[in-house]
Design a protein around this ligand. Structure first.
Ligand code: SAM
Length: 285
């Protein structure tokens, strides 16, 4: 089977199986071999590695991953892709395809079933569920070493923002807490069939052995963070006192901010990750 990473081979497979890209599954197939090679290189894949690929589609990136990795486990929601993948991946014996919704898969169990102690995640993600997939992978107790994924360029930027920026929020704080992030490249819509209507980027998140800050109760900290950004234009005190994620009396938040030496009019978007951890520790008392 020839490599799919070009327009003519991709069109041929789509015609052979009478497929059209499904919008509801965020299907945009990669057709640029240069980008495909760069993704695999950015993820530092070796024959020692197990790769977990989310959304193999017709198997374009999967072919490159099978060449580079020891083992590839793919999770694809679209049942219609399964016979296609049997065809396009028929040359490889180191690949397994699981027909599931990745948001419902117990990744730790999946890796254990395949005898893999750790895995690197590599994917051209369906953009409609980028945030839940990445949050799920970061928060998961599964032994994931790194996450190298194609996402919307704008979301990649948001992940790296710090306090004060309009794009700073719960996602950037989760990325900073759990990982070291690096944008590897930006990718034009012309590298896909069909063309998405946004620019894309490949980001690599290296999961940290130990989170970047120490906090007594990380679930509480993330509930506070969520509450702080639900209504980001409000002061932190007002946002939290109206939040569904975290409820406490106004005076407790004001006292906590005063204890931290902060103005009680401060907005959540002005606090760093370290400061959210301190606030959470005070409020957990
Ligand atoms: N990997 C292929 C490529 O690079 O050409 C296809 C990438 S396409 C952007 C996203 C893929 O994710 C599609 O194959 C889609 O069916 C699949 N997908 C969408 N939602 C999913 C989910 N919840 N679980 C698993 N796969 C999903």
């Amino acid at each position: 089977m020839a490599y799919l990473g070009n327009p003519s081979n991709t069109r041929e497979i789509l015609e052979k199986y009478d497929l059209t890209a499904k919008k509801k599954f965020g299907q945009n197939f990669l057709i640029d071999s240069n980008i495909l090679e760069k993704i695999v290189k950015s993820a530092d894949i070796t024959k020692e590695d197990t790769v977990l690929e989310i959304g193999p589609g017709i198997g374009t990136l999967t072919q490159y991953l099978c060449e580079a990795a020891g083992k590839v486990i793919c999770v694809e929601i679209d049942r219609g892709m399964i016979p296609v993948l049997e065809d396009t991946l028929s040359d490889y014996e180191n690949v397994t395809v699981v027909n599931e919704d990745v948001l419902k898969v117990d990744i730790r169990k999946l890796l254990e079933e395949h005898g893999s102690k750790t895995a690197k995640v590599v994917a051209n993600l369906p953009y409609y569920i980028t945030t839940p997939i990445i949050m799920g992978l970061l928060e998961s107790d599964a032994p994931i070493e790194s996450i190298t994924v194609m996402i919307q360029k704008e979301v990649a930027q948001r992940m790296q923002e710090g306090p004060g920026s309009k794009d700073y929020g719960a996602l950037s704080l989760a990325v900073a807490f759990y990982s070291d992030a690096q944008v590897k490249m930006t990718v034009s819509p012309n590298c896909f069939i069909p063309r998405p209507n946004v620019d894309s980027a490949v980001i690599r998140l290296d999961k940290l052995q130990k989170p970047k800050v120490t906090v007594k109760d990380k679930d509480l900290m993330f509930r506070i963070i969520k509450g702080a950004f639900e209504q980001r234009r409000k002061t932190l005190v007002n946002a939290l006192s109206h939040s569904c994620s975290y409820k406490t009396e106004k005076s407790r938040i004001e006292d906590a901010l005063t204890e931290m030496g902060k103005n009680t009019n401060i907005r959540g978007e002005e606090l760093t990750l370290e400061e959210f951890a301190i606030l959470s520790d005070i409020l957990s008392k």
